[in-house]
Write a protein that binds this ligand. Structure first.
Ligand code: PGA
Length: 221
């Protein structure tokens, strides 16, 4: 089973989401061997929930339970909306929102309590520190998205053989953990990653915003 995750980042109004869904829906043919997971902004989750044969992901979650935390969207709220997966620790969150390993670990805990699968994004330099911040048993229930920071949005993806080595290293820390690759993935280069033994799927940013390109990528992956 391969996981293909679209990360729309901070894009799409409701109307733009509507257009994307229309175009995607007219070409999408679900298959048994691929799980397609869409991660829109909070404001569009309710709309993407009605797309057939996809899984719904959020891009972030509160590190706290429900309570007096103005502006925060908690895991229980996501669960009630039909969210199955949630990105945590994306490098843009680490860079622009100054998220720490501990805060990210708290988000993982909140998600696991609601049976939402965390998609923990990380880069190699802090791999061990991030994994150490997580609480033991939860580690077996997460997906890791390995994303070298210099490959994200740069049009310069990492060489697939290097990505495979690092995926293997991550699997060495936690056996059976699915590991995805992310960073400048396109329809054309997707199969070079998914054909690697230790890479279980892709996290796709820029290309996912174009439904025709994303559909092509799903077919090629
Ligand atoms: P990109 O983004 O595909 O645009 O490089 C990947 C990501 O940030 O998840």
């Amino acid at each position: 089973m391969k996981f293909i995750i679209a990360n729309f980042k901070s894009h799409q109004t409701v109307e733009e989401a509507e257009d994307w869904i229309k175009q995607f829906g007219s070409g999408y043919l679900p298959t048994q061997d691929k799980s397609v997971i869409l991660a829109p902004s909070f404001t569009n989750l309710w709309r993407f929930k009605r797309v057939n044969k996809i899984f719904l992901a959020a891009q972030d979650v509160s590190p706290f339970p429900p309570g007096a935390y103005t502006g925060a969207v908690n895991a229980r709220q996501l669960k009630a909306l039909g969210v199955d997966y949630c990105l945590v620790g994306h490098s843009e969150r680490r860079r622009w929102f100054h998220e720490t390993h501990q805060e990210i670990a708290n988000k993982v805990r909140e998600l696991l309590e609601q049976q939402i699968t965390p998609v923990l994004c990380l880069d190699e330099p802090y791999l061990n520190q991030q994994l150490a911040a997580l609480e033991g048993p939860g580690l077996t229930k997460i997906i890791v998205a390995y994303e070298p920071v210099e490959a994200i949005g740069s049009g310069q993806p990492q060489d697939p053989a290097t990505a495979e080595q690092i995926a293997l290293k991550i699997k060495g820390t936690t056996p059976n953990i699915p590991v995805l690759y992310g960073g400048s993935v396109t329809a054309k280069n997707a199969p070079r990653y998914t054909s690697q033994n230790s890479i279980d799927g892709l996290l796709v940013g820029g290309v996912s915003l174009k439904p025709d390109e994303f559909l092509k990528l799903i077919t090629q992956a």
